[in-house]
Write a new protein. Structure first.
Length: 421
């Protein structure tokens, strides 16, 4: 019953903050709200997709558009783009202008955006951010901080009306000479504002598992940073964690850059709130991508023919779906599957379809021939080898031997029943 007055009060407060930002006055809202995105990769070539490459580039632009729409609909205070907005520094002017048009929608609504270069659009001498002025192209007033690209020469931006500082550690080379958090402490970077947010495009080291990349930093460095929130880019799947008092998160790519990135497809809505004198950070993934991923495992014993399997898969047809199908179990002697042909039959029904036949051929149920016969010796030798491979966990090789054994038994028993290609 009291929801409407609360919402009206919130809208009035945000309208007041917007006016204060325009007028340069200091107002500190209780809960700054951020939209965090990264790894948009506008203009990616997708050479592996052939004729579908152009369509996938459009899907990525569309996801970026929806992310901007979400920022406007949620009336966030700041948008963070944490590297690899562009897939490379070699983008045509029209692609940069198209991205700037999206940013201008934020400028029109007085929502500031902060960008850092990544590893694909890195801040090298030929950087796209040196060649083009995104603030000017998006119509941001000069010196307004409405569109800010942080670089090695400008590592932070203050939003005094939000009591918020955003830091971005950027190097002028693709491979960082050191950790971006080496010696970093938010409290030592200038006049401290209430909220300290960082932006890094790189990899969080995982000891013993992952310790090499172009830009690396560690969990202890994050804990010592003094940041309330660390917005991360470079990993294309969503991941969230905490180090010391710092909450960190990878937003993942808004739309998959490769069609096996099933952790992509969202941006993050981040709320900074003070509760009982403590800073609390809440991270909420918001879907903006259209690509759907599905893994399907089918029992070969329940499949009577390739035609039946084709009809079953066609029922799931969706141009936004990446479908990975695996046929498992024991298949009947009469089941003849050709997965390449099946994928061709269903071409166009899915964004991408992969069918794998991991089923095992059933063996003839007749008793084994005597061991002193060719058929008996053959069956026993292959049976022993199958058991050895299965005991070692080499199921793929065991399946190959089963198929060889099945065909061998049929061939030796009645050569007319087997056609050798």
């Amino acid at each position: 019953m009291c929801e409407a007055p609360t919402r009206l009060s919130e809208l009035a407060s945000r309208a007041s903050n917007t006016r204060a930002h325009e007028e340069g006055r200091d107002i500190s809202p209780e809960m700054p709200r951020l939209l965090h995105m990264a790894d948009i990769h506008l203009g990616a070539r997708h050479d592996d997709l052939g004729p579908a490459a152009a369509a996938q580039r459009e899907r990525q632009f569309a996801a970026f558009h929806r992310a901007i729409e979400l920022a406007i609909a949620e009336n966030v205070d700041v948008v963070l783009i944490v590297g690899d907005l562009f897939d490379s520094n070699g983008q045509p002017r029209r692609s940069v202008e198209r991205a700037a048009t999206e940013l201008s929608r934020l400028v029109d609504r007085h929502i500031p955006v902060v960008i850092i270069p990544g590893t694909h659009d890195c801040y090298e001498p030929s950087s796209i951010y040196r060649a083009f002025d995104l603030a000017e192209l998006s119509g941001a007033p000069p010196d307004s901080n409405m569109v800010t690209v942080l670089t090695d020469a400008r590592p932070r931006v203050d939003f005094r009306n939000l009591d918020l500082t955003v830091h971005g550690v950027v190097f002028a080379t693709k491979r960082a000479p050191q950790s971006p958090l080496a010696g970093f402490a938010a409290a030592h970077t200038g006049e401290p504002l209430a909220w300290q947010v960082g932006m890094i495009h790189g990899s969080l080291a995982v000891p013993g598992k992952f310790d090499q990349d172009e830009v690396m930093f560690t969990d202890p460095e994050v804990a010592a940073s003094g940041l309330d929130y660390l917005a991360l880019g470079h990993w294309h799947s969503f991941r969230e964690g905490r180090a010391g008092a710092t909450t960190w998160a990878y937003s993942g790519a808004p739309e998959p850059v490769a069609l096996d990135q099933d952790g992509a497809g969202q941006v993050l809505l981040v709320e900074l709130e003070q509760r009982n004198g403590k800073h609390v950070v809440t991270v909420e993934p918001k879907p903006v991508g259209r690509t759907k991923f599905e893994k399907l495992e089918l029992d070969a014993a329940a499949i009577t023919s390739q035609g039946e399997l084709e009809r079953t898969l066609r029922e799931r047809a969706d141009p936004d779906r990446v479908l990975d199908v695996r046929v498992v179990g024991m298949k009947s002697d009469g089941l003849d599957l050709n997965v390449d042909e099946l994928e061709r039959q269903l071409q166009g029904a899915f964004l991408r379809l992969r069918v794998r036949d991991s089923s095992i051929a059933s063996l003839p149920e007749a008793p084994l021939a005597p061991p002193d016969t060719i058929l008996g010796a053959f069956a026993r030798e292959f049976g022993t080898r199958i058991v050895e491979h299965e005991s070692r966990g080499d199921t793929e090789r065991a399946a190959e031997l089963r198929e060889a054994l099945r065909l061998g038994i049929l061939l030796l028993d009645d050569p007319q029943r087997v056609t050798l290609a």
